[in-house]
Design a protein around this ligand. Sequence first.
Ligand code: ADP
Ligand code: MG
Ligand code: ZN
Length: 476
Amino acid sequence: MALYEAVIGLEVHAQLRTRSKLFCSCSTAFGAAPNTNVCEVCSGMPGVLPVPNARAVEYAARMGMAVNCTVNPVSVFARKNYFYPDLPKGYQISQFETPICEHGHLDITVNGQTRRVGITRIHMEDDAGKNIHSAGDNASYVDLNRSGVPLIEIVSEPDMRSAEEAVAYLKALHAIVVYLGVCDGNMEEGSFRCDANVSIRPKGQQEFGTRAELKNLNSFRNVQRAIEYEIARQQDVLEDGDAVVQETRLYDAVKNVTVSMRGKEEAHDYRYFPDPDLMPVRIAEDDLARWRADLPELPQARRARFLEQHGLSDQDADVLTADKALADFFEAATAACGQPKKVANLMQGALLRELNQRAVAVDAIAMRPEALGELVRIVEAGLISAKIANDIFGELVETGAMPEAFVKERGLVQISDTSAIETAVDEAIAENPAEVEAYKGGKTKLISFFMGQIMRKTKGKANPALVTELLQKKLG
Ligand code: ADP
Ligand code: MG
Ligand code: ZN
């Protein structure tokens, strides 16, 4: 049995976060009633002229800069011709021979190994509408709200060698578009989606194998599972002595399989040609210079800074910088208390737990980063125990209350008053003579038994360090 190596290239579509469509002034808002964001241009009426959206050009160029591409000062829109009911013009406006960006790369690290993934090109194009098949009334409908929405397609070189690498690359791209603010990154709404080209070859062979293109991958997890399935499937095909055929395959997430959608024979001939209604896109040199100058700090740079400036572990830095909102929250909370490591721990524990439970992003909760910083500060100051902080965390997330006022109002402030604790210690000792004897006889582990008794008496509010100190004095 030969050993095989996978070869993977991704085509990623990201919807640009502009208010209006690529060639008309219709709104790009998601979720509007069908066919309400539609005009003569995006519904393909004859005799209309498209006008390019300058903001979309800017966003596409910024993305190119962020992934080390050359940005072409002149690029050309081309018609990609095909027939489908959701495409009223009969062609998609895309870029073919001269895209806006080319020759970039992105470095990813998987299991401590860094790999450079080439980015062949980034081009602009308009999205198609959406067909809705309604089983109930046995009819199909077309919603053109999405028709004409601006997209960039980011095409990679076939440089990835495993499903993990493909997902790491996709996550890195996702973080970059969100950091740049050029795409909202919402995968469920289809603002960020990808097709995966997968082939395998015997290890050591230079030449690529025949690829299948996988579609319908709408989450990171599905990308991972679909590629893994496809690699195994192609391996079975080759081991049976058959040949992999070039085709487009659809991923079925419920069954976790890929199924053939169309073969090479049915592949479209798109008859690309420059769109005669659109002038070449020209970008002025000073615009390019300005966009380059105000590129924000990108995920990899921020990760490096978190390691350096805040002394975080690799794992903390990975989790906290993958999501821009989480990274912003971390920095604001740290600014409020000056304890980066403690903030990171609380975010990775209690905060992520609460976000997962609610299935929301960090910018959708009432708790402000200053509140999390204050919580860290009052635990450090001994005002409340870490346990109480954890117990009240859900309520703080829910209400947005400031922790210090909250614990004072609830009477949760830790007892650090020696005489109050002493009373509880004395009681616990008096009530448990047998345990006292055993302790004195050498069973020093019983200290945690006494701690439990005292915590019960004080409703968890006794300062544990003081309790330990008093117990050792009185028992020892
Ligand atoms: P198409 O336009 O038909 O999809 P492209 O040449 O633009 O074809 O390639 C699309 C993607 O397929 C690119 O991301 C590229 O890296 C990838 N790719 C090309 N050849 C292979 C291969 N043999 N195995 C895996 N991926 C490949
Ligand atoms: Mg393709
Ligand atoms: Zn329109």
